[in-house]
Design a protein around this ligand. Structure first.
Ligand code: HEC
Length: 130
């Protein structure tokens, strides 16, 4: 299989080589993105959340349930994305829209919001990144 690919590569024109390189880079990128662990996408609620919970006037239990909503309710239609991928401004737009799609209760969507805010505090993402 690899031999065949190499053969095609060496026999192809410069233009096609560029195309093949592009596809290869894209493929490797996708593989790496696919390897991102759940812990990286939605960090477990550990001791590093204590101060944030206090600052945000919330509880570790609420944050934990928010994480569960994210991993369970929010993965019904699509896989979950790393929370850090979006700024908080963007999340404030995404959460209500997706909560409606998921038919989340008010309690569940509040927990989800608290968790996402906490993760965003933790990773120090500027509110207006995107
Ligand atoms: C009923 C199916 C469904 C459920 C449940 C769902 N989503 Fe989505 N989600 C979609 C679809 C469809 C899109 C594609 C864009 C769109 O329709 O807005 C999407 C897109 C997204 C995006 C991409 C960014 C964007 O602006 O579109 C994010 C992030 C996201 N969903 C997060 C969530 C979260 C968080 C939850 C849990 C509250 C959730 N989704 C639950 C269907 C769903």
């Amino acid at each position: 299989m690899l031999r065949r690919i190499l053969e095609i590569y060496t026999k192809s024109t410069m233009r096609n080589r560029k195309k093949i390189q592009f596809v290869a880079v894209l493929w490797i990128g996708l593989m790496l993105a696919g390897c991102m662990s759940i812990e990286q996408m939605a960090p477990p609620v550990g001791p590093q959340f204590y101060n944030i919970a206090i600052k945000r006037d919330t509880t570790m239990a609420l944050l934990e349930s928010g994480r569960e909503v994210y991993l369970v309710d929010c993965s019904r239609c699509h896989s979950v994305e790393p929370i850090q991928r979006y700024s908080m401004n963007k999340w404030h737009e995404i959460i209500p829209r997706m909560a409606q799609k998921s038919k989340l209760s008010i309690a569940k969507s509040a927990a989800l919001r608290a968790y996402i805010v906490a993760v965003s505090d933790l990773s120090d993402i500027p509110a207006d990144l995107n």
